[in-house]
Write a new protein. Sequence first.
Lengths: 346, 346, 357, 357
Amino acid sequence: MSAAKSPGVGAEAPPTKAKTDAPITLIEAITQALAWEMRHDDSVVVLGEDVGVNGGVFRATAGLQQTFGPERVLDTPLDETTIAGLTVGMAAQGMKPVAESQFDGFMYPMIDHIVCHAVRLRYRTRGRLHCPMVLRVPWGGGIRAPEHHSEANEAIFTNVPGLRVVMPSSPARAYGLLLAAIRDPDPVIYFEPKRIYRQYKELVPDDGEALPLDVCYVLRDGDDITLVTWGAQVKETLEAADRLAEDGISAEVIDVATLKPLDFDTIAESVAKTGRCVIVHEAAKTAGFGAEIAARLAEESMYDLLAPVERVTGYDTHIPLFRLEMKYLPSVDRIVAAAKRAVAAG
Amino acid sequence: MSAAKSPGVGAEAPPTKAKTDAPITLIEAITQALAWEMRHDDSVVVLGEDVGVNGGVFRATAGLQQTFGPERVLDTPLDETTIAGLTVGMAAQGMKPVAESQFDGFMYPMIDHIVCHAVRLRYRTRGRLHCPMVLRVPWGGGIRAPEHHSEANEAIFTNVPGLRVVMPSSPARAYGLLLAAIRDPDPVIYFEPKRIYRQYKELVPDDGEALPLDVCYVLRDGDDITLVTWGAQVKETLEAADRLAEDGISAEVIDVATLKPLDFDTIAESVAKTGRCVIVHEAAKTAGFGAEIAARLAEESMYDLLAPVERVTGYDTHIPLFRLEMKYLPSVDRIVAAAKRAVAAG
Amino acid sequence: MTVAATFEIEYLQYLGPDGKPTADFPAAFSDPETLLPLFKEMLFVRTFDTKSIALQRTGKLGTYASSLGHEATHIGIGASMRPEDVFAPSYREYGAQFMRGVHPREILMYWGGDERGNDFEVPRHDFSWSVPISTQCLHAAGAALAFKLRKEPRLAVACCGDGGSSKTDFYAALNSAGAYTLPLVLCVINNGWAISVPRSAQTGAKTLAQKGIAGGLPCLQVDGNDLVAVLEGMRRATERARNGEGATVIEFLTYRLHDHTTADDARRYRSEEEVKAAWERDPIPRLRTFLTTKKLWDEQQEKAWAEACGKRVDAEINAYLASKVQPVEAMFDYLYADPPADLLKQRDAAIALEKRA
Amino acid sequence: MTVAATFEIEYLQYLGPDGKPTADFPAAFSDPETLLPLFKEMLFVRTFDTKSIALQRTGKLGTYASSLGHEATHIGIGASMRPEDVFAPSYREYGAQFMRGVHPREILMYWGGDERGNDFEVPRHDFSWSVPISTQCLHAAGAALAFKLRKEPRLAVACCGDGGSSKTDFYAALNSAGAYTLPLVLCVINNGWAISVPRSAQTGAKTLAQKGIAGGLPCLQVDGNDLVAVLEGMRRATERARNGEGATVIEFLTYRLHDHTTADDARRYRSEEEVKAAWERDPIPRLRTFLTTKKLWDEQQEKAWAEACGKRVDAEINAYLASKVQPVEAMFDYLYADPPADLLKQRDAAIALEKRA
Ligand SMILES: Cc1ncc(C[n+]2csc(CCOP(=O)(O)OP(=O)(O)O)c2C)c(N)n1
Ligand SMILES: Cc1ncc(C[n+]2csc(CCOP(=O)(O)OP(=O)(O)O)c2C)c(N)n1
Ligand SMILES: [Mg+2]
Ligand SMILES: [Mg+2]
């Protein structure tokens, strides 16, 4: 392995040929993106717990170690501080590490290296060093997993300057955003909504095309109300839009996808049209990232608003163990009710 | 030392007599509160780096080890994970530890034990165990300190269910809120705005009277606009109110003081009266805690608002080293300008 | 050459895989009768484990972490503690917990997705299961510090795995245990694997026991499939702790005979030969052989006991299966002692939503 | 008794406090001439340090962390590295940094509250100062891992203090260094104090060197006030690393002769006697005595060199004092390679505010 610092076609492409002809799931799109970038940039390495022979507990790195070898796909000792610190060190010295936190609930020990170092290397050294790392985090609830395996903790990272925070909600966006995250010269947290890892398949051409890291997606056009969401809740929100349509309410659905930096323009434009906004997220309500979107609306779209903003979110308590967890997550019913209130109010 | 689990007058009160007759600074009020509670509840222990003989790098624990002995005031090994983990363990077994993070920028390794354990013990065990701990954190910029000594990171904690987050801005509130924090049976993060540790003195009777942990303070009445802030920025915000008064604008100033749980009612009442709100905080704007307040206004006070909400905050970048840091912090000028815009808009 | 310090790690084994003594038993355990009740508990855990896995396979339990193969270590640890001591488990030390009074139904409840599983009827002061690896080691250290400051004659015992011994919290625990001379026993249960990562990939250290040297602690390596060695290791460590001499790190060498959890498939990453060889070191047959030789156990007793175990576990399973799901307000009611007004509003809304549904 | 493992920590000292050899010098440093240029660098650092403290006292510098007493350790570490290696300092290893090409004015800039101090003209790839204790140890391990994966013949050196050796990041670094056999040298600079906390309160370990055993690493304890011992310790460690044999932990025994920083008052927590005794072990006089004995140094040379050092430091101070404050947009310009639109708007607003002021 040589020390190439810029992307370029690797000398020996691995034998696995991407099957661009079959539809794939969100998690398969992640694997596909990792493989594409590893083939084309040999400074990309993957590291984490069980990412090697085992291919990750969710199989996101399945086959990568077999293809690229143990020097490109590294199992780490069982310590998240270690993973974060090694990742920062490698990134500062010209590699592009893609680290995995096995679950959302285990990433907290990584915060110190992210907040004190990853996002500061460039700033602190006036550009002499920088930190082109990605941290992949299987995120969110609803898979009947044990404690600490169902956290929606994205808000913690959105107040951190210098960071990018993205969360795909479809196979195609998972692919394009992961490529962009790896190529970006600054640190990116890439949250993976594990509840929809295998929700559906779509065709994702393995063409190495990245998506922008600062663009929201309008998934459905509408005139009466804007529903803003991200991650796994895109599913419920789209279902809610269907239900609203049955009642003659035309809902526009926006997948934020790139939380930080936030593409507020797309949201503002939509609200300028609809006059109403419901924000949907899994995380606890208070100081969740929905607060930032509502705040921007209060600052910049106040004259457009025909009704109060509503947030439909997880409650301000912990997501319960699985017997009760679905009662914690925002349901289609709750979204529909909030949207109807907003429409009635205006 | 016995293992009393409930407050009660200790057998041997230490010789130091509180001087209730002399005005004291905010940091002296902290010391006074610690001493009061340690005298009256021998399950209270103080721990942290340099809190012992040295009395803390800011002198918050000055004299405590001399008075209460090394079994009540413990220097820890130099590791924040250790401090957090020991604190949780002690609290779960009936002590009331008051831990110190020497500076805001060093508390990140504590997050794991706070988020995964401190705030979950009660929930996870259905009340069998709980975690009556306090984490004291000298907070914020403006003291010409080195890197990582000037962080305003309160927003990270406000999305965490089960936590209480408070930040006093006067000697009297520092005293009353710290007593309340120690007595509260759940974990509390107590941020200390270090820039105003010694800003001014006031009389703080050493009477053991705690303040509520969920109440905002209206520091100044006004009719035209509501200025909401907390911590060290209370200083600039009050100055801004003075300046606005010169121009005939009557500003109400609210010190949030207890960020989580938020006393939104007090803010909403004020905005119902003034129709305008400017939120001021040191932390970076995006997803700072100001977002939550603005969001609540967008949800619950929309019909009261005569002008868009404004946030005057730190920029979305790191607070610079000290040659530039004052240009990062919200200035009186910026607050006044925002308030005038809001008044002009309505 | 000037030598600044030297260290030695002792290895304990008394009963070999074939059930024959490999050394004189320590005085405290020289009467084989003392081992019999513990052997029966080992059999009980194995029954519990087998039935729990079956329960999961039929969809009546969530992900479950088996303790197959760890019985001697777990039972030995639990048997060495006093009720007033504090135990800080990771997530599979059922044997130790049974010895302390935790009900099997509580364990099932927890893996069945119900927080009430952590509301142990007995022992009230033990720590709950700890999923974030090795964080419990520091909590145990904190408990030990509390005991020391309050001058209570109690100690804390924490368990973590071979993987867990890489975790910074484990190091922090041993560092503070040494700094404060804490009444603590840190048990590293080396079962060869941390999910798919073999022990050899965790560290370059020859033994995991030697990590204790970093904190100035005495360390032992113990055959964790030999109940006598486990008991003797724990005896030494708890005695030191009770005498105010501080903490000990013990590495228990055992093997994870099952998948990591029911969500794992170990065939992906480890060889059948390795597992087969590990079965030869199974802690149960060796103790059975020994006790049989000593005329303390026979096939008939085994059969009767197996039946008793099966019945008891079935009763526990039934109790678990009969439990009603908590009402929706449970997720609000155990957050704060004194819940904020906004939270109570959310609670009301959630209850109203339930009623409508 | 079966022994699972044994360990031994070697202690290195060649030049006693009185300037007399206490053992035969290692072959690599048997020619005293090799020590002369390093001795001169030690004197230079001390001049820099003295003048920096004075500068702070007159309000022309922010908080400053002195390196008084650490000169042999710092210079010896820096002298043992190659330009292409990577150094990960904490915040007071100026001597090591000077050996690597960092300009004194950069150090002043940093403590003077200006990020440009970290934009080293040389060496471009070294890590910046690291205030969060011991986090740099893991960054160095990451760098070493990068070198290993890319098969580059380079190594990484990290420094932390006695306090820093309690930090979980330090343990994580040595754990991963052992697990991956990294080309890394972990230097624990034991100067007796972590602000007000004495070495004895950090850990129950007899030596800090022995922490390496936890990761299976060879460890050395070295008289850090003896330049020869420092060089020899580093020579062994770097050789191992370059040979692909992995990492080493070295404890350097020295003493922090000054306050922790200029913001500290050490008289609060340590005795005058202790400090007086430490001055007896000062690394500079002993090397001066030795070199004088060897006729390689005399008072005249000392005087001339002191003058040269003073001039050079003054020039650096003047360069620092003459530096203009960065424009307000600097705080926006180094955050992202590709700054988001909202940030650029904030940048514009901040510039506009400046213009108005
Ligand atoms: C902090 C953290 N990271 C990752 C995990 C996911 N995880 C659960 S168990 C496990 C392996 C644990 O191995 P070991 O410590 O050897 O214990 P064992 O399961 O073998 O008993 C991992 C990585 C976790 N629970 N916590
Ligand atoms: C994570 C963290 N916690 C606390 C501090 C505050 N602090 C700065 S230096 C220091 C003591 C360091 O002692 P040691 O590691 O022995 O290094 P020395 O200063 O003696 O060189 C402390 C506690 C810090 N910088 N980082
Ligand atoms: Mg294991
Ligand atoms: Mg030190």
